[in-house]
Design a binder for this molecule. Structure first.
Ligand code: DON
Length: 564
């Protein structure tokens, strides 16, 4: 059976590595910036501005990251917040490199049994919305710990912009207005009070003031991380959970620990790639990149646009298969990081793909769930001229997380319990499936797609800081951007903007950005189920080019890079 070989006979035009699809020059003025001293890229102009403000006060990149993190929690409550969690990679060339996991943990009461219906089937609504979908939050503890370890400024300086944005308010922008309108009916009364005017959803252009969040930030300013251990905020959350079986208890807050680990560092595509180890998906992104590099070396694989698409797709498929089968909290399950990035493993996996390509024998795998539309989570990339850098992705998971606010706090609950695999093979919000490795257990951290990354040159100089929100599409957005920037030699803005390719193993669908339509042969990759649609992830990146720093905030988003 030679099914695959036919479409590979492509025309001269299709033999080109990739089509020349022009990125919008008009948008470039807003979404790209070149500086020399320091650069920050975020998903809201005022969050980037918060970074500039503390840099000008003598802060370092960690102070900039801290100010931007608290600010974005106020500015993008649909994406992240103090009741969320995240990861950060910090690289200070003269001091060292660190990876921080301050993601949500399953509360003591969090077990799979909690999410079963009386008939024993998984209750996918319960894990996705409402009080039981929240994990113990880590953002406040994590960000404060990093600032204490590496920052220069006082907490009052780095919290000041966030406090101001909460107190004075800011204009609701389109994405926030749409998010409020979308989930308005599910909000509890406390939440409708904050995000509503005259009992209707607040709209684009109106002023959003968050008085209770302002008070919570002030308590953090006063009591710092203690506020998150046994402070007034914890008391109010505990009070709220009385109605919900004390699913989150006082104990959970006391036991929460930020994890400080070594970043995962591997050599790939001519650089040292430093990313977040499990329970992040950084390792699977590395497998993906190494698989592509191995295929590109071999003669068996067709070249040209179709050939490149096959290689990229197959690399992604293997990486997401590994994620589904093996991914989880390394404290509870063995994620074989060394194996998944080992050249023998990569070669063996490529051999299998090679066989498939030559024989045309494409096994189809069961179709999983469709990823639902979701624009949330956020990423912050910062770099200065000395190469000091922070890459951090933070989230409350779905749009407005659990869509519940704890009365008297301004805090929107995360719905990160949905990042666990509720049962083997049952897809989550992003259509992702998982195995026992990512099953729910008390104290456990759910598997994450968030993959903050920093690239270094072989001499240790910082080349690039990158990351993205976008659920299951996070690793492939970083792959696509680096593919165009490092391998296809496009400029940074074009690389972020270029139409993307995404495959996540299940559902067994090749997702292509709509602009790619028409660039494939008539038969359009008949060996894949192709679906055209907008890639959801938004990339935020800063790169060093000679003595310049280039920042790009994804033109799909609301943010801008700022610096000088
Ligand atoms: O950690 C994860 O994988 C998810 N909670 C991330 C969610 C996300 O990026 C949503 N963005 N569209």
């Amino acid at each position: 059976m030679q099914r695959l070989l036919e479409p590979i006979e492509v025309t001269k035009e299709q033999e080109k590595p990739f089509p020349q699809i022009q990125a919008s020059e008009e948008k470039r003025v807003r979404y790209e910036l070149v500086g020399r001293e320091f650069m920050i890229a975020t998903d809201h102009p005022l969050a980037s501005q918060a970074g500039v403000e503390v840099w000008k006060q003598g802060g370092n990149v960690v102070d900039v990251f801290t100010a931007a993190s608290f600010a974005i929690s106020v500015l993008r409550p649909q994406s992240t917040g103090l009741f969320g969690g995240g990861f950060a990679i910090v690289y200070l060339p003269k001091k060292g490199k660190w990876a921080y996991d301050f993601r949500e943990r399953s509360p003591k009461k969090g077990t799979a049994a909690y999410y079963l219906k009386p008939d024993g089937s998984p209750d996918t609504d319960k894990i996705l919305r409402g009080a039981y979908s929240a994990g113990v939050p880590g953002n406040v503890q994590g960000i404060l710990k990093i600032q204490k370890q590496h920052g220069k400024l006082a907490i009052s300086d780095v919290l000041a912009p966030a406090i101001r944005y909460a107190k004075n308010g800011f204009a609701v922008y389109a994405d926030l207005g749409n998010a409020v309108a979308k989930v308005w009916p599910q909000m509890n009364p406390s939440m409708q009070k904050v995000f509503g005017i005259d009992n209707r959803p607040i709209r684009e252009g109106e002023l959003l003031v968050q008085e209770e969040l302002f008070q919570t930030l002030n308590r953090i300013l006063e009591n710092e991380e203690k506020e998150w251990v046994d402070g007034e905020t914890v008391n109010r959350v505990t009070e709220y959970y009385k109605e919900y079986d004390q699913f989150l208890s006082e104990e959970d807050w006391k036991e929460y620990q930020v994890k400080q680990v070594d970043p995962l560092i591997t050599s790939v595509w001519g650089y040292q790639l430093m990313t977040m180890p499990p329970p992040s998906s950084g390792v699977h992104m590395v497998t993906m990149m190494q698989m592509y590099a191995e295929m590109a070396k071999r003669k068996t694989f067709p070249k040209g646009l179709v050939g490149e698409t096959i290689q990229i797709t197959e690399a992604m498929r293997v990486a997401y298969r590994d994620r589904a089968n093996l991914g989880g909290d390394p404290k509870y399950t063995d994620v074989p990081v060394a194996k998944l990035t080992d050249s023998h493993y990569i070669q063996e996996e490529v051999n299998e793909i090679e066989k498939k390509v030559v024989s045309g024998n494409w096994k189809t795998i069961p179709k999983g769930g469709e990823p639902k539309d979701s624009y949330n989570t956020t990423h912050i990339s910062v770099m200065d001229k000395e190469g000091n850098a922070v890459s951090s992705t933070q989230s409350i998971n779905g749009i407005f997380g659990a869509v519940q606010m704890v009365p008297g706090t301004g805090l929107v609950l995360n719905n990160t319990m949905d990042d666990f695999s509720i049962a083997p093979g049952v897809p989550n919000l992003y259509g992702l499936v998982g195995s026992k490795a990512n099953a729910i257990a008390p104290g456990k951290t759910p598997l994450s797609s968030m993959s903050p990354t920093i690239l270094l040159e072989s001499n240790g100089n910082t080349k690039l800081v990158i990351g993205a929100p976008g659920g299951s599409q996070i690793p492939t957005s970083i792959f696509n951007t680096l593919y165009h920037y490092l391998l296809q030699k496009r400029n940074l803005y074009e690389s972020v903007s270029f139409p993307r390719i995404h495959h996540q193993y299940q559902p067994d669908i090749l997702f292509l950005d709509p602009e790619l339509k028409g660039y494939f042969p008539e038969t359009e990759l008949p060996f894949y189920q192709v679906q055209y649609g907008r890639h959801r992830a938004k990339v935020f990146v800063v790169s060093k080019e000679g003595d310049k720093l280039v920042g790009v905030s994804d033109p799909k988003g609301e943010g801008v890079p700022l610096g000088f």
